[in-house]
Design a protein around this ligand. Structure first.
Ligand code: PBG
Length: 301
């Protein structure tokens, strides 16, 4: 396991000179754009190859169609520009493609008559992808779980001369209670109506993960993600064995929160961190998204 195995998630907030702690995730913060150099400088020093950006959008900017996702001055767009200006290609940038940070109902897609509408949502996701690519994003990561979006996004990117922008598909993303602290971090928790079970996967299913991955590869995904991580090591392993393509794993907020809070309460010692991360590697993950990535130097020591 080495720092180059990691992707570091960064939470963004509006304003300036703020570094805000997140109650459920001790050790993780939200940064204003003018403060992200603090965490990115260190990531570069540690040779972390990529950061993943997640915005906490002000409630006043949210609406039922998530139009802030297409605003070229939104938090993510401004952060991409700032990072590229400051660091050039010293570190890669990955951005979620999904509407949940921007919708007043907290869902990843558009809603009509109480249902998530797949195809209409994809149209917005394609535009969100093009916008983020235009700003300089290196890897687009659709985490929305709509069906058929990878092919549409790939086609639109190629047509607009963004052939080099890669797609990391959250192909096997389960409807999970382990995302709780993340929704807290990006401020979508309070607003989320219902659950995401009509588009994220049922955790009882394993073969469905293979079908989802097969479809996304066929549509043009360069890499696929399995998420959450530790409760789904079997899925990481079977996807890796079957497809032989880069398989990424996400040690999600709930996993981080359980481990970190347990360490803080001295229920376990901090060796559980490296044990949990090695488990991903052992299962076959080619990269790990982890909130521990900013402290990986100490963890690997
Ligand atoms: C939203 C998104 C989620 C995460 C990453 N992108 C939450 C969700 O689907 O509700 C979860 C990450 C984490 O829990 O750390 N599309």
């Amino acid at each position: 396991l080495s720092p180059s195995d990691f992707i570091l998630p960064i939470f963004l907030i509006d304003g300036s000179n703020k570094k805000e702690s997140i109650k459920s995730m001790p050790g993780v913060y939200r940064y204003t754009i003018n403060r992200i150099s603090q965490i990115i400088d260190k990531a570069i020093r540690n040779e972390i190859p990529m950061v993943a950006l997640f915005p906490k959008t002000k409630n006043s900017l949210k609406n039922d169609i998530g139009s802030e996702s297409l605003n070229e001055n939104n938090l993510v767009c401004r952060a991409i520009i700032e990072i590229k200006k400051r660091y050039k290609n010293q570190i890669g940038i990955m951005c979620d493609v999904a509407l949940d940070p921007y919708t007043s109902h907290g869902h990843d897609g558009l809603i009509k008559s109480n249902q998530i509408i797949n195809d209409e949502t994809i149209k917005v996701l394609v535009n969100q992808s093009l916008l983020q690519a235009e700003m300089g994003c290196d890897v687009l990561a659709p985490s929305d779980m709509m069906d058929g979006r990878i092919g549409k996004i790939r086609k639109a990117l190629d047509k607009s001369n963004y052939q080099n922008v890669q797609i990391l598909s959250y192909a096997a993303k389960y409807a999970s209670s382990f995302y709780g602290p993340f929704r807290d971090a990006v401020g979508s928790k309070g607003s989320l109506k219902g659950d995401k079970k009509t588009y994220q996967m049922d955790f009882r299913n394993s073969d469905e993960a293979l079908r989802e991955v097969a479809l996304d590869i066929k549509e043009g995904a360069d890499m696929v993600m399995v998420k959450p991580g530790m409760p789904y090591l079997d899925i990481i392993k079977s996807v890796k064995e079957k497809f032989k393509i880069p398989v990424f794993a996400y040690q999600v907020s709930g996993e981080y929160s359980l481990i970190s809070n347990a360490i803080q309460k001295k229920l376990v010692n901090d060796d559980v961190v490296i044990e949990s991360l090695i488990a991903f590697k052992r299962a076959g993950a080619n990269a790990i998204v982890s909130y521990y990535a900013d402290r990986i130097d100490k963890i690997l020591k």
